[in-house]
Design a protein around this ligand. Structure first.
Ligand code: ATP
Length: 217
């Protein structure tokens, strides 16, 4: 069974990585693919360029067996719709391999606004991780009939089921990390050390000089 975690990863942080590990182990996934988003359809453009976001994800997962990085959304033009990503994964994996799309509660709560969202259930299961402060509607009307409690139930079909999973609650967001860096504070211990080193080396998320000066006045 394969898991997929998409995100802008601007930057990747422990709020992505710890729940991902817990889900990977709890579901006994064979592989968990991190898929950085090229052009997010539902939000502002990422602040760091694609190549930097990809490099940070690669560094973050480099030493974890079973965690891999999938670049397909970065090489596709146009908005990065999850349904297109899952369709291309499905083509590669065949019709029978169970595939799990991992989502935080905030992402899940907005699912019905996604491009061709109903087709997602033909392509993958959805595993929803609780996220602090983002208490989405747990029982979406269309979700109830798909819900399973036991991870084993995800193995008996390739797609179409929903599992809610409690994970360690880490109130970390990429927005907060970007804000810390922009204000000259350290985001250390919110994200892996190599990712922090990368941010510092490439001077990501700093405010332009003019704005920094204005903040100090
Ligand atoms: P931003 O603050 O820029 O919006 P983010 O921290 O929410 O970014 P994304 O890359 O947009 O990170 O998130 C990718 C996926 O990871 C989404 O499904 C999101 O719900 C989930 N996620 C992000 N942070 C957490 C967290 N702290 N706990 C649980 N899930 C999370």
């Amino acid at each position: 069974m394969i898991g997929v975690l998409g995100g802008t990863f601007d930057p990747i942080h422990f709020g992505h990585l710890r729940p991902a590990l817990e889900i990977y182990e709890h579901l006994a996934l064979d592989e968990l693919r991190f898929i950085p988003c090229g052009l997010p359809p539902h939000r502002h453009r990422p602040q760091a360029p694609m190549a930097h976001r990809l490099a940070m994800v690669e560094q973050a997962v480099a030493h974890h067996p079973g965690f891999t990085v999938d670049r397909r959304e970065l090489t596709r033009s146009g908005p990065s719709y999850s349904v297109d990503t899952l369709e291309s994964l499905r083509q590669e994996l065949g019709a029978h391999v169970p595939l799990c799309l991992l989502l935080g509660m905030d992402a899940y709560a907005g699912l019905s606004s996604w491009h061709r969202w109903q087709d997602l259930f033909d392509l993958a299961h959805i595993v929803v991780a609780h996220r602090p402060g983002r208490t989405g509607p747990r029982h979406l009307p269309w979700g109830r009939s798909r819900q399973v409690e036991n991870p084993a139930d995800l193995r008996t079909a390739p797609a179409g089921r929903i599992l809610y999973m409690p994970v360690t609650q880490l109130d970390i967001s990429a927005t907060a990390i970007r804000g810390l860096v922009a204000q000259g504070h350290s985001p250390r211990f919110l994200l892996p050390e190599p990712v922090l080193a990368y941010i510092q080396q490439h001077q990501l998320y700093l405010l332009p000089h003019s704005q920094r000066d204005a903040c100090r006045q």
